[in-house]
Design a binder for this molecule. Structure first.
Ligand code: NAI
Length: 397
């Protein structure tokens, strides 16, 4: 079979193995020539390491200067009669191939990071591969559901404003359409359930688990990713259900910082830039801002994707010493929030509408990055290549 992109709404239903391989190679090439990470960690656990920021962090830490060994947990689908599998599945495979070719250890654990079984697999891998300890724990899960402990029920997140309803436009990648959207305000239950899914509680439980199993190395750090954004995004993000969850994550970073202090370590929430990822395209009414932001940051020579963000985080914000703001946050959204960028975005954004967004905003770039996340639209890849299911199933993560 030839593998073509299939998108339902904002979800990619196919992924191209050759494209995912090339994408990993491109990111490895970028970090290999970027300013190197100095005094970085050697043994890294990444929760959510198969795509977006987690994958970029993994690539940066292995190939961007400190030659880290990694254990990555992810929830991905392999090839079957039902489909070719998810991009993250192939990213795991090709990252491991590249890393092992340079002598680095790369362990892929595929399963539900909230489950006891996966926690045990991680502890076993730390014991056997990392001599029992980790130097950095990266929490980069993005999910809409979290199982309630000892129950068959789930907490489900809702991406909604708080207090007031919100009107805005969302973009459907499936047919490149601009959809006017009205979002009602979240209920108290939805606010608290979203915090359970995307807040800091599960991050804390992972760090507690590792402390309790003596798996924290001296100077061990832990980071999780957050977003704040400019005022025009606050109704859907910072002041909405997601923002509440992120405030909880920030507070958790302070609690974890105290827990890691006896190890001479620390914990930080890192505030990143708005980017196209598998998770962020789900945020209703957010895409027009991203189109205006991409257009502006590219014009000003400031655009970064996940890989540039992660290399800059590790080479200049976290190592050799963490640089934090007054709220003890690490800011990698500094370029996004520059006045020159936000003034231009504020000028552009109100002009975008259903008939001009593909030209006035950077819709081409937005769509291309989305396709590239799934292995499509990448230069140098043979998209005519035929794959058999058996051949795909022979690739093991
Ligand atoms: P992503 O969707 O690209 O990656 C999510 C990762 O979590 C994947 O590796 C996936 O396999 C894994 N995962 C999800 N559920 C899992 C489960 N139950 N068990 C094991 N693994 C699971 O998402 P992205 O965008 O990289 O998000 C990571 C973090 O970065 C999130 O906290 C997000 O809020 C934050 N962030 C994202 C920004 C953006 O613009 N994309 C901006 C700032 C922060």
């Amino acid at each position: 079979m030839k593998i073509e992109p299939i998108i339902n709404g904002v979800v990619a239903r196919t992924a191209h193995p050759g494209g995912c391989e090339q994408s990993i190679k491109n990111q490895v090439a970028y970090v290999s020539h970027a300013t190197p990470i100095k005094n970085g960690p050697k043994r890294v656990l990444i929760l959510g390491g198969s795509s977006g920021f987690g994958l970029a962090a993994r690539i940066a830490l292995t190939f961007g200067g400190c030659k880290a060994d990694t254990i990555a947990v992810s929830f991905e689908r392999g090839p079957s009669e039902k489909g070719v599998g998810s991009a993250g599945w192939y990213n795991n495979i090709y990252f491991k191939q590249q890393a092992e070719a340079t002598g680095a250890t790369a362990v892929n654990i595929i399963g539900d990071a909230f489950s006891d079984a996966v926690r045990q697999q991680v502890l076993d891998a730390i014991n056997t591969q990392f001599n029992g300890q980790v130097d950095l724990i990266i929490y980069s899960l993005a999910t809409g559901v979290r199982p309630k402990p000892d129950s068959d029920e789930m907490w489900r997140s809702s991406i909604k404003p708080i207090g007031e309803p919100l009107t805005g436009a969302s973009i459907r990648l499936e047919d490149d359409s601009w959809q006017e959207t009205v979002l009602c305000a979240a209920t108290e239950q939805e606010v608290s359930d979203t915090q359970k899914v995307m807040g800091g509680e599960d991050w804390q439980s992972w760090v507690d688990l590792l402390i309790n199993h003596n798996a924290i190395a001296p100077s061990c750090q832990s980071i999780a990713f957050s977003y704040i954004g400019p005022e025009c995004t606050h109704p859907i993000y910072h002041q909405g259900t997601l923002g509440r969850a992120k405030v909880d994550l920030h507070q958790t970073s302070h609690a974890l910082n105290l827990k890691l202090a006896p190890f001479n370590g620390g914990a930080y929430a890192c505030v990143c830039k708005a980017l196209v990822t598998k998770a962020s395209v789900f945020i209703p009414t957010f895409a027009p801002y991203v189109l205006a932001l991409y257009k502006t940051m590219k014009a000003q020579g400031l655009h970064e994707t996940c890989i540039e963000q992660m290399q800059r985080l590790f080479n200049s914000k976290l190592y050799p010493n963490p640089i934090v703001d007054a709220e003890r946050l690490i800011r990698v959204d500094d370029w996004e929030l520059q006045d020159s960028v936000q003034q231009q975005v504020a000028h552009l954004l109100p002009q975008l509408n259903s008939s001009n967004f593909t030209k006035l905003g950077d819709y081409q770039g937005f769509k291309r990055e989305f396709l590239q996340l799934n292995g499509f639209a990448i230069d140098g890849v043979d998209y005519q290549q035929q794959y058999s299911l058996a051949q795909l199933q022979a690739l093991r993560p």
